[in-house]
Design a protein around this ligand. Sequence first.
Ligand code: SAH
Length: 213
Amino acid sequence: MRDTVKHQGLRNQLASVLKNKGITDEKVLDAIRAIPRHLFIDSSFEDHAYQDKAFPIAAEQTISQPYTVAFQSQTLQIAKGDKILEIGTGSGYQTAVLLEMKALVYTIERQHELFKKTSLFLPKLGYYPKKFIFGDGYKGLPEEAPFDKIIVTAGAPFVPKPLMAQLKIGGMLLIPVGDQKQIMTLFIRKSNKEFEKHELGDFSFVPMLEERS
Ligand code: SAH
């Protein structure tokens, strides 16, 4: 599949849609304008790529809705050089947004099929995370901690303690918490023991599952 002027036009439109929904961080909008989302989904569904909708990918998972990706990226105030842990690589689209924003990304996926596919695919587009990990995001990545930001892109039934522990002081964990629907929840680490909690509204994610498969 190719990237064309038509795709670029559709991406610009998608960025306007997101702007109208409240995304104001120009770096996020620039990333949306830059990344060929149609290459992240099956070519027969190319027409859906620039609608603001989630979409099925392999292994019964989904590529998150662009608004959700933009919202999470904006909330985390991604800055150049931020060290970020991402739980739920999936299609790699959110990973690409973080990389476009010049973050250093460590990304974990528990589904082997997706891990394999995406770790081959992203470098083809010129996106290089620091590490792709096939593992269980509930455990985080203690050997690379602490992180400036941790982003979870699957619905978590509870907040995994290891993720809290792997945040820098001043760092942020953004995680959708809940079973059927999730509440987007932001934790800011104020000190070793203190976390400030903000609830940022309802979202809908595929469930975060334990262990690798
Ligand atoms: N950011 C991705 C979202 C994919 S959906 C995208 O936009 O494409 C959520 C992903 O989280 C799925 O790929 C799922 O397999 C993965 N996942 C679920 N539980 C996980 C866990 N415990 N550890 C790591 N990844 C997990």
